[in-house]
Each structure stands twice: as structure tokens, then as C-alpha cells.
Design a protein around this ligand. Structure first.
Ligand SMILES: Nc1ncnc2c1ncn2[C@@H]1O[C@H](COP(=O)(O)OP(=O)(O)OP(=O)(O)O)[C@@H](O)[C@H]1O
Length: 485
């Protein structure tokens, strides 16, 4: 070898040594990155055989190094280590794939596989990035729970806002007594049982009691309709549940209404519909002021005032064994009975007027009641009480085309106060035609007197007001004119 050749060889050797050093450094850097990545990294061949895993894969998926090297991801699924494989999906589709996997050590991960091809265009390697999203999922769940809680608070705030605006109309002696009692019981902490037919205002009185009590500042008011929550959910809704208490239960567990409303007031509406097995549990919670979540053992201290309401006869239910006597006495410490609307007729007009103002404002109208319409409403028995009255007022305000509600606008069933007439008199007429005319004349005249107005009489006679007016005009021209102005 010449001197020149020797020099070139040495330079080449030096260059190769340097290059080798560089590659070794790069290799070490790359390996350092792979080994220290917080995400799991996995390299597989075109048969899903694992060639490389980093330590994070062991943390996320429970795969051990070096045992898992050479195993296929299909085998991992068969062994139950994971329930899906991005590698297999990439091999199937030939493109980038992302799957959510549940791993043997209880983690949820997002696995993304990317293919790499050889010079023939065939898959040569699959590179997988496995990101642990368990914490992210828990955060998401927490976020969702916070959102649920926030919307509950918002609903409660809106309810409170509404309460501030809601006015109770209580002109009658009977209702004034009820309100008076409500304010007095507000200052003590005993249970109150609100009794009365549907729609009398039990809800409204319950809100008044809470608002006037010190609990208004300290906690929330929450109404639960015991008859509306499915029996299998009622216990967990009221008392909450612990982690994994039942299938579908949140991993975090959940506070029930009693805990949610702590320091406030829980209004148990339709208490007569509470299933018997729940009655004893409710009794224990009220007595001990402690609640144990479903699936839990540790009782939690609570401070909740109970208001209950029913339109059923609880005493009778106790006699028939449908309601626990001990719970009945526990709830019935302070009973308040709200009389039906028909037993306090003087409230009818004021309530109707109050809601007419309310709906006129709401619909930007200026509809008023005629004297005759008011008379009909005052005489009706209102089996659905104030709720029925408010519903009718809203309907009348909307349907009255004119600015005055007349008897014609009011549906026939409300005209019940005009009972059928009994007509007894001697006919002066001889012929059938005359007798028929005479009957018509007298019947119409008496019906107008009886109902107090032509409008109401027309409703009772089931003819239009204009038809009645035409008949009156014709009858006035007859021999026997009974109809006066
Ligand atoms: N005295 C009143 N003044 C004004 N509004 C009233 C009055 N009483 C009841 N209302 C209204 O009538 C409607 C029915 O009242 P509420 O829901 O309180 O009755 P309830 O007795 O609780 O009925 P249910 O037994 O069916 O639950 C509500 O819109 C309420 O605001």
C-alpha cells in the first residue's frame, strides 16, 4: 500500500469512527426518549408480533418486559390483557387507527397505531402510542358531576327567584289562618304535614315555610315527588350510593337528596305514595338525622327539615296497613290542612284577577272579565282547586278574542251553577203552535232570570247569543210577550 493510500484509509477509518460515535449517540438519545416517554410505546411487525415495548406500557397495560416480546397482540387479547388492539386494526386496514382499550390493570387508554411500509409497499412495522386516559376520564366524570350539581343549583336558584315573585292570595279567613300557621311553624324545626286536595296550594305553603325559616339562609329547599320516582331508584336518589353499589352506579358514588339539601328543607310531596319498604328507612333517617348511602356502612350526619304533603287520607291508610303508623306520627307533628277552594269562595275572584293580570302581562294583552263571567267562576266547585282555576284563566285570556271574557268563552262544564229549570204553570194557549210558542217564551224568560244574563242563558240553552236575540225579538211580537228587557 502506498503512502497516499494509507493516508486515505486512515482518514476514512477516522471518518467512520466519528460517524459510528454519532450514530451511537443518536441511538442512545432515541432510546432515552422511548424509555422515558410517559405514553406507552409499542413496535410490532406485520403479524402483530411485539418487537419493542417501553416501561410505560407495563404501567398502562401490564405487559412485562421481556416476557411479552415475541407475543402477538392477538394473544394479548385472548389472554384478557387488553380488550382491543390498534396494531391489529392497522394490519387490517393498512392505515392509521385509534382505539380505546380497557387494560387488565383497570386502565382506560387511547391507542393509536401507525403503519410503516417496506419497499414492496407491504406493512413492515406498526408503531403504537398508548395514552393513559384513566385520569382524564375521571376528570371528565367529575366535570359531568359538577355540571349536574351546577344545573341543580341553577334550578334551585330559579325556583327561589320564582318564590320571591310568587304571591299567595289569601283573602278568606280560612286561608289567612293557614298562612298565619305557616309563619309560626317556620320558626321551629319539627316536621310539618300539609294536607289538602290536589291544587289547593300545599306546594306554595311548603315554600313559604322554608323561606320564612332560618334554613332559607343556611340551605336549600328541594321538592321530591315520592310518587314520581321509580321505586328501584328512590332509595339511591334519597340516600345516595357508594362506589359500585349496583350495576351502572357511578364509580365515584353519589350523594342523595338528604345530603344535597343539608341544612335546608326537604319537601316530600305525595308522601302517601312512598313504598312501604322506604317508609321505615325514611323514619330512621328522620329520627337519627343520619343517612347511610346504598352499599355503604358509614352513617353520615345530616341536618334536614322534613315537610311532607299528601292529598290522601293517611289516617285511613294507617288503618288499612298501607302507611306505617310510626312514620305517620313522626311526620304529623305539625299538621296544616288547606281547605278546598269551594270552601273559601271569596278567594276565587281575587285569585282569578291575580292570574288574569299575570297572563295579560305575559301575553301582552288587556283582557278583562265580565260581571257574568265572574259570577260563573264564583259559583263553580273547582274540584281541581287553584290549579284548575289558574289553568282556565290562562286559557280564557288566550281565547277571548274581544277584550272582555263573557260566559260564551267559558266551557259548558263550568256553568254547572245554572241548574235545570222546573217549569210549572197553566198554559193559556189552546193550539199546539200557540202552546209551543208560549213554552218557548216562558222558558227563555225564566232561563235569563235564572242565569242572570243573556250570554249565560245562551250557553245553557246551547244556542248562540245572536240566535237567542233573534228568538227574543220574534217572541216579543207574539201574543204572549213574557220577555222584558
Ligand atoms: N292562594 C294561592 N294564591 C295564588 N296562587 C296559588 C294559590 N294556591 C295555589 N296557587 C297556585 O296554584 C297552583 C297549584 O298549587 P300547588 O302546586 O301549591 O298545589 P298542591 O296542593 O301542592 O297540588 P298537588 O297536591 O297536586 O301537588 C300553583 O301554580 C300555585 O302557585
Amino acid at each position: 500500500m502506498s503512502h497516499v493510500e494509507e493516508t486515505i484509509n486512515q482518514e476514512l477509518l477516522e471518518h467512520l469512527r466519528k460517524r459510528n460515535d454519532e450514530l451511537e449517540h443518536q441511538n442512545r438519545d432515541l432510546l432515552g426518549m422511548l424509555e422515558n416517554s410517559y405514553d406507552g410505546l409499542l413496535i410490532a411487525d406485520n403479524e402483530s408480533r411485539i418487537l419493542y415495548i417501553n416501561p410505560s406500557i407495563e404501567r398502562i397495560m401490564g405487559l412485562k418486559y421481556p416476557d411479552s416480546i415475541g407475543q402477538t397482540t392477538r394473544e394479548q387479547i385472548e389472554k384478557g390483557i387488553t380488550d382491543a388492539s390498534a396494531t391489529l386494526k392497522v394490519i387490517e386496514s393498512g392505515q392509521k387507527e385509534t382505539v380505546v382499550i380497557n387494560t387488565i390493570n383497570g386502565k382506560i387508554a387511547l391507542s393509536t397505531g401507525v403503519p410503516s411500509y417496506d419497499s414492496n409497499g407491504k406493512i413492515h412495522r406498526v408503531y403504537c402510542n398508548v395514552r393513559d386516559i384513566t385520569d382524564l376520564n375521571q376528570l371528565k366524570q367529575k366535570h359531568q358531576q359538577t355540571q349536574v350539581l351546577a344545573s341543580k343549583y341553577l334550578a334551585e336558584l330559579n325556583q327561589l327567584k320564582k318564590n320571591n315573585n310568587s304571591e299567595i292570595i289569601a283573602h278568606s279567613k280560612e286561608m289567612r289562618k293557614v298562612i298565619d300557621l305557616a309563619y309560626r311553624v317556620a320558626n321551629v324545626d319539627s316536621s310539618v304535614l300539609l294536607l289538602g286536595e290536589s291544587g289547593v296550594g300545599k306546594d306554595l305553603i311548603a315554600k313559604i315555610i322554608h323561606k320564612a325559616s332560618p334554613r332559607n339562609e343556611a340551605g336549600l329547599f328541594l321538592k321530591i315527588n315520592c310518587g314520581a320516582i321509580p321505586e328501584n331508584l328512590l332509595e339511591s336518589e334519597l340516600f345516595g350510593y357508594e362506589t359500585g353499589a349496583f350495576t351502572g352506579a357511578s364509580k365515584e358514588g353519589k350523594a342523595g337528596y338528604f345530603e344535597f339539601v343539608n341544612k335546608g328543607t326537604l319537601f316530600l310531596d305525595e308522601i302517601g305514595d312512598l313504598p312501604k319498604n322506604m317508609q321505615v328507612k325514611l323514619l330512621n333517617v328522620i329520627q337519627d338525622q343520619k343517612v347511610t348511602r346504598v352499599g355503604g356502612v358509614k352513617p353520615r350526619e345530616i341536618d334536614v327539615r322534613i315537610l311532607a304533603a299528601t292529598n290522601k287520607n293517611l289516617e285511613e291508610m294507617v288503618t288499612h296497613g298501607l302507611f306505617r303508623e310510626d312514620l305517620y306520627y313522626r311526620l304529623n307533628v305539625l299538621p296544616i290542612t288547606i281547605p278546598p277552594l269551594r270552601e273559601r269562595r271569596e278567594d276565587i275572584l281575587l285569585i282569578a284577577q291575580h292570574y288574569a293580570d299575570h297572563f295579560n302581562k305575559k301575553y301582552n294583552l288587556n283582557v278583562k272579565f265580565s260581571k257574568e263571567a265572574i259570577e260563573i267562576l264564583s259559583k263553580y266547585d273547582w274540584p281541581g282547586n287553584v290549579r284548575e282555576l289558574t289553568n282556565l284563566v290562562e286559557r280564557l285570556i288566550i281565547i277571548a278574542q274581544e277584550t272582555v271574557i263573557t260566559p260564551e268563552h267559558i266551557p259548558p262544564k263550568y256553568h254547572s251553577a245554572c241548574e235545570p229549570l222546573t217549569l210549572e204553570y197553566n198554559y193559556q194557549a189552546k193550539t199546539l203552535n200557540d202552546a209551543m210558542e208560549e213554552f218557548e217564551n216562558r222558558y227563555i224568560a225564566q232561563m235569563i232570570t235564572h242565569c242572570g244574563s243573556r250570554e249565560e242563558a245562551a250557553v245553557q240553552l246551547d244556542i248562540s247569543l245572536s240566535s237567542l236575540t233573534r228568538r227574543i225579538r220574534r217572541l216579543r211580537r207574539s201574543k204572549l210577550a213574557f220577555i222584558n228587557d
